[in-house]
Design a protein around this ligand. Structure first.
Ligand code: ADP
Ligand code: MG
Length: 343
């Protein structure tokens, strides 16, 4: 058995250290950091320390992120999503505007991608029993796979305004593929509402940026090279991009995937087969205005694979970069719309 990690992380090229001014009223990049959604956030706002303090920005950010978790985290037993998942009722319930917003976009992208992005796929993820190393602990029988597939599908979910219902009691929603992006959007909107127009927001690798750095330069993002390195110590910049006033999301198996007898197992499921995806595409990066949209699309393209994904990206005029593993290393492909953001 051949086990290795393929590491590729989207990192912020502009350095993570804050350059606090000696004078509180001088504009600079103020760094705000914390934890949310089982990961970290790094936010840079071009402002004065005085303003950030008087706006109470960090505690406002923590409070909106807490609200997002209370709506959409399946790890919180009494979150809105958990209550919906555990309820056996098929009656419609009232949901919050935020939850409805994410569901609306998930359903739109689900339909657009012909079911490749499917937020009801959770029971299949569990069936494949991904352990702490993203390694399937068991290969399910065909019968169990077929039975589990019966219980998934966006057709069983109904949203009308803020009224949500399911037509099968056991339908299980999992927004983990889009919620981080939504969190980024909510924080970006909060920062703008507080009068700051130059910023960079990053939650667990999903990024949205606006305006300029304090030096007057545009924000730049480095996409790290995929390197076969079990220690994860080797890192190199694959591509620098200047996304302008947009969001950048990357989906991929790079963080931790398992390869056994030449077969790769991923935590991303193709709803059409009910099985983990198994192709040579290792990552997809999407640039779009909304982080939630970029996040969902990157996963949808990852499910499609390089060939079908590239066709879909072209047809839908998406800015997308695909990195595939080949016998001779890694190969990249991008759409015309992505090309404009390459440095
Ligand atoms: P990535 O960054 O690789 O896109 P995410 O963490 O955003 O990964 O999403 C992966 C998670 O999404 C999985 O752990 C699983 O819970 C869920 N998922 C897997 N396959 C799909 C799919 N086809 N559609 C929607 N969600 C999926
Ligand atoms: Mg994703």
């Amino acid at each position: 058995m051949n086990k290795f990690k393929l590491i590729l992380v989207v990192c912020i090229v502009v350095g993570i250290t804050a350059c606090f001014p000696s004078n509180d009223s001088v504009k600079s990049e103020i760094l705000l950091q914390g934890h949310t959604m089982g990961t970290t956030y790094n936010i840079k706002v071009v402002s004065t320390l005085e303003q950030v303090k008087s706006l109470n920005l960090q505690s406002k950010i923590d409070s909106v992120l807490k609200q997002v978790n209370q709506q959409m985290s399946t790890y919180i037993p009494d979150s809105e999503i958990s209550r919906f998942n555990h309820s056996q009722s098929t009656d419609a319930i009232d949901i919050s505007t935020g939850f409805a917003r994410v569901l609306t976009e998930s359903l739109r992208l689900g339909e657009l991608s012909n079911g490749k992005l499917d937020i009801t796929v959770g029971p299949l993820v569990n069936l494949w029993g991904f352990g702490p190393e993203q390694r399937p602990e068991k290969v399910p029988s065909d019968e169990r796979l077929a039975a589990t597939k019966e219980g998934i599908g966006l057709a069983h979910l109904h949203l009308e305004g803020n009224q949500l219902s399911k037509s099968i009691p056991n339908l299980y929603l999992d927004l983990s593929t889009i919620a981080k992006g939504y969190g980024v959007d909510v924080v970006a909107e909060l920062i703008e509402a507080n009068g700051i127009s130059n910023y960079l927001v990053e939650i667990g690798g999903e990024i949205r940026l606006q305006g300029f750095k304090h030096t007057g330069e545009l924000w730049a993002i480095a996409i790290e090279k995929p390197i076969l390195d079990p220690s994860g110590e080797q890192r190199a910049v694959h591509q620098v991009i200047i996304p302008k006033d947009n969001a950048v999301a990357t989906s991929g198996d790079y963080r931790n995937y398992y390869e056994a007898d030449g077969q790769r197992f991923s935590h991303i499921i193709d709803p059409a087969t009910g099985k983990p995806i198994n192709h040579s595409l290792v990552s997809v990066t999407v640039i779009a205005q909304s982080s939630m949209t970029a996040d969902g699309l990157s996963t949808a393209l990852m499910v499609m694979g390089a060939e079908q994904g590239m066709v879909f990206a072209r047809e839908n005029d998406l800015a997308a970069l695909f990195i595939s593993k080949t016998e001779n290393g890694f190969e990249e492909q991008y759409t015309v719309k992505f090309k404009q953001y390459l440095k």
